[in-house]
Design a binder for this molecule. Structure first.
Ligand code: GLY
Length: 375
């Protein structure tokens, strides 16, 4: 039987980033993943680092989102140094396109809301927008420039994070599902996975949409999957150089010349098919943003399962069992929120307190509902 300071259940971008962060503070860490780490939502994500609040729920996430985005350049530098791998970070900004008769008023409302939230979104004319990005649709009726937004290749990043974590001494155990989270006398002190017991002072559940399926964890982490499909395009001409986003979708340029177009939001359980309807919807949105993409070659398609929660907010922090922590439910923002989540969880676990107020994200907010349902 092996003993660690922390066991992290789930080796995606959240679990990997936290493992790296804890290992840099000299904690011994084991990541346990039910399959090959980093192959679920982190692998499927488009990689927009976009704190733009799109719904009332997003307002609650904004402080963490802004802190996480601000820490991205240093996070990437630390990961690239430790791993020797490139994470493909780009700080090209995002052009937001609005369509229809209400486009201008919608844009003005959004830009004012962003500025109130401390984001330096600018309303721009069509001439200014075309100067920033010549590939855009002239059928759009209003434009906003979000110069602070960035993007990253989530597969490159997650691979680099896991490599960096391993080089810092983190042990990775894959192809092993957690059978039991060990608790006694109100304390969690390890897990049983693949018939093997591992002990630790801290156990962190970071298994994305699979968290609810880990032994008795649904009371703290009632996650559910929301499918998002993606189309990878190889344009031959006039490819967008920055992220373009509209009401119906987005396109994200990659360093290798591909453009990643997304996405759908579907309740399809744990099914990861790519459908004709999904692809049609994505291509319609992508060519609405950048008409020249209609001649691009489709080079790949895939889908992933976003970890959603009943109130669409992340689940972060301690439970009512000492030593048992949750870090999951990042829904559409796992890549953006990874460095910030790793930092606040490390502060909580190592120093006893996070530097941001995170009560809204408490794993205990679902416990009363869970007790009612169990009666
Ligand atoms: N973060 C983009 C998406 O969830 O589609």
């Amino acid at each position: 039987m092996k003993t660690f300071d922390a066991i992290i259940v789930g080796g995606g971008i959240i679990g990997g980033s936290l493992a790296f962060e804890l290992a840099t503070r000299k904690l011994s860490v084991l990541i346990i993943d039910r399959q090959v780490p980093g192959q679920e939502a982190s692998w499927a994500a488009a990689g927009m680092l976009a704190p733009e609040p799109e719904s009332a729920d997003d307002i609650h996430v904004l402080p963490l989102a802004r802190m996480s985005l601000a820490s991205y350049p240093r996070f990437v530098e630390a990961i690239e140094d430790a791993s020797g791998l490139a994470a493909q970070f780009r700080s090209d900004g995002t052009l937001r396109l609005y369509f229809g008769v209400d486009g201008e008023s919608e844009r003005d409302r959004a830009a004012a809301c962003h500025r109130d939230a401390g984001l330096s979104t600018e309303s721009v004319s069509i001439a200014q927008a075309r100067e920033i990005e010549p590939s855009i649709a002239t059928s759009a009726t209003a434009f906003a420039w979000l110069p602070y937004e960035c993007s990253i290749d989530p597969r490159a990043l997650t691979h680099a994070v896991l490599t960096a974590a391993e080089r810092k001494g983190v042990e990775l155990r894959h192809g092993t599902a957690v059978d039991q989270v060990l608790t006694s006398n109100g304390r969690c002190d390890g897990v049983v996975a693949g018939g093997e017991t591992s002990r630790s002072r801290h156990v962190v559940i970071a298994a994305g949409c699979f968290s609810a399926g880990v032994d008795r964890m649904s009371r703290y982490a009632p996650t559910c999957p929301v499918r998002g499909q993606i189309v990878a395009l190889q344009p031959s001409q006039n490819a967008p150089k920055c992220v373009l986003r509209g009401h119906n979708g987005y396109v994200v340029p990659r360093n290798d010349g591909r453009v990643i177009a997304g996405s759908t939001s579907e309740n399809a359980g744990f099914e990861k098919q790519v459908t004709a309807e999904g692809i049609e919807q994505i291509l319609r949105a992508a060519t609405e943003l950048a008409p020249s993409l209609s001649s691009a070659v489709i080079v790949d398609t895939w889908s992933g399962l976003r970890p959603d929660t009943p109130d669409h907010l992340p689940i972060l922090g301690p439970t009512d069992i000492e030593g048992l922590w949750i870090a999951t439910g990042h829904y559409r923002n796992g890549i953006l929120l990874a460095p910030g989540t790793a930092r606040v969880m490390r502060e909580w676990i190592v120093d006893g307190q996070p530097s941001l107020a995170l009560e809204k994200f408490s794993p205990l907010r679902f416990a009363a509902e869970h007790r009612k349902a169990a009666r």
